[in-house]
Design a protein around this ligand. Structure first.
Ligand code: GLU
Length: 447
């Protein structure tokens, strides 16, 4: 339910951003949490902080022309939404996926404001991407696309302005091509202009692993807060991209057994636990489908085509694929099968109905803004290392990440308590993330 003033603001968001359903969903979730804050802080409403937060500071939409391997000209659409820079330069990844349109980029950019705020680090919120589909494209095509994308976007980004990184469809290879083109166009080795770089050209230890590791650390904290741990738990992770792979790696190290993961073709269930080396070989090196994993794994694993991975019984669910992948029905199935904790590695992977079901029955629910903030937090650590021309060890970087995730977890719980909603990580994350941005916006005047 929305507080009256918030309901008016939400109606306005609907009117001003027609058809952008993912953006509407992301805004609504935050507005539903912050009602109690307005009671305590009338200054936010007086200065129209919420209305201002819902309107991006700047939105850039551009043409990305490129030539495929057959010599045919292709045209895609590029986006960068610079949402909020009250806390620092706009920061957020680039997503290359055919589903990308302005509504997706705005939902991701909006989430990023609060997520970045929750890290406690000096980063604003933004997001970008393209409807380019990297699936089936050669390395040369990917490079030409990245170069064309950067040829437009370079003029909008910078170490102190806007710092992109990866997201779905954009990994270290793409970041390399993007950074190479930026360097060439500007004649500046401005390492801090993009994060997620390779270690040979200014990247940071643990950045690749950070989102997945961070999510596992966050769930570990949630389990500990309830007097339990990963030990002996069956864990289902959706997806098999960067976030999923490093979630699996850390969950295994923390004592959990990951029994299933997936891709868009279906899922694999592997009762003895996913063979991570094989998964990395199939998905990251060979870029093949889940069926190949099952074939090579032999008797232990079964591939189930075209079904939802959430039908696999587990105690812990870690959605790490994409938005709205846990529906209300999936949530019911998970609860019925004994799921006690959910940690969102992806952005907004649970539908509002799914969240309601988890919360009603008291499942520990870690929303993406908190649970997957380790990726962007480690990007901020990469920016720190770039600014000081330094590079930290893996051990030190991982200990920083672990501490950041512990702090986020503690702050979510503390804020939820303070506002009379004990154990509600959604409210805790939204309120805490919102307040830091709102206070900075008040202090900076009418920006
Ligand atoms: N795309 C990631 C996210 O959703 C990382 C962004 C970044 O490192 O800037 O938070």
């Amino acid at each position: 339910m929305l507080h009256e003033r918030l309901s008016e603001i939400y109606d306005n968001v609907l009117r001003r951003n027609p058809g952008e359903i993912e953006f509407h969903q992301a805004v609504r979730e935050v507005l539903e949490s912050i009602g109690p804050v307005l009671g305590k802080h009338p200054e936010y409403a007086e200065s129209k902080i919420i209305e201002r937060i819902c309107e991006p500071e700047r939105q850039i939409i551009f043409r990305v022309p490129w030539e495929d391997d057959r010599g045919e000209v292709q045209i895609n659409r590029g986006f960068r939404v610079e949402f909020n820079s009250a806390l620092g330069p706009y920061k957020g990844g680039l997503r290359f996926h055919p589903s990308v349109y302005l509504g997706i980029v705005k939902f991701l950019g909006f989430e990023q404001i609060f997520k970045n705020s929750l890290t406690g680090l000096p980063i604003g919120g933004g997001k970008g991407g393209s409807d380019f589909d990297p699936k089936g494209r050669s390395r040369h095509e990917i490079m030409r696309f990245c170069q064309s994308f950067m040829t437009e976007i370079y003029r909008h980004i910078g170490e102190y302005t806007d710092v992109p990184a990866g997201d779905i469809g954009v990994g270290q290879r793409e970041i390399g091509y993007l950074f190479g083109q930026y360097k060439r166009i500007t004649n500046r080795y401005e390492s801090g202009v993009i994060t997620g770089k390779g270690l040979s050209y200014g990247g940071a230890q643990v950045r690749t692993e950070a989102t997945g590791y961070g999510c596992a650390f966050f769930v570990d904290e949630m389990l500990k807060a309830r007097g339990t741990s990963f030990e002996g738990k069956r864990v289902v992770v959706s997806g098999s991209g960067n976030v999923a792979v490093y979630t699996i790696e850390k969950v295994q190290q923390l004592g959990g057994t990951v029994i299933a993961c997936s891709d868009s073709s279906g899922y694999v269930v592997d009762d003895k636990g996913i063979d991570l080396a094989l998964l990395k070989q199939v998905k990251q090196v060979e870029r093949r489908r889940m069926a190949t994993y099952a074939e090579r794994r032999g008797g232990n694993a079964t591939f189930v085509p075209g079904a939802s991975v959430w039908e696999v019984p587990c105690e812990v669910a870690m959605p790490s694929a994409t938005q709205n992948e846990i529906t209300g029905r999936d949530a019911e199935t998970l609860v019925r099968n004994g799921c006690i904790a959910v940690g969102e590695g992806a952005n907004m992977p649970t539908t509002p109905e799914g969240i309601r079901i988890f919360e009603e029955v008291g499942v520990a629910f870690g929303p993406g803004k908190a649970a997957n903030a380790g990726g962007v937090a480690t990007s901020a650590l990469e920016m720190q290392q770039n600014a000081s021309r330094d590079s930290w060890t893996f051990e030190f970087s991982e200990s920083r990440l672990r501490q950041i995730m512990r702090d986020i977890h503690a702050r979510c719980l503390q804020t939820a308590d303070e506002y009379g909603m004990p154990g509600d990580y959604v409210a805790g994350a939204n309120i805490d993330g919102f307040k830091r941005v709102a206070d900075a916006m008040l202090a900076l005047g009418l920006i």
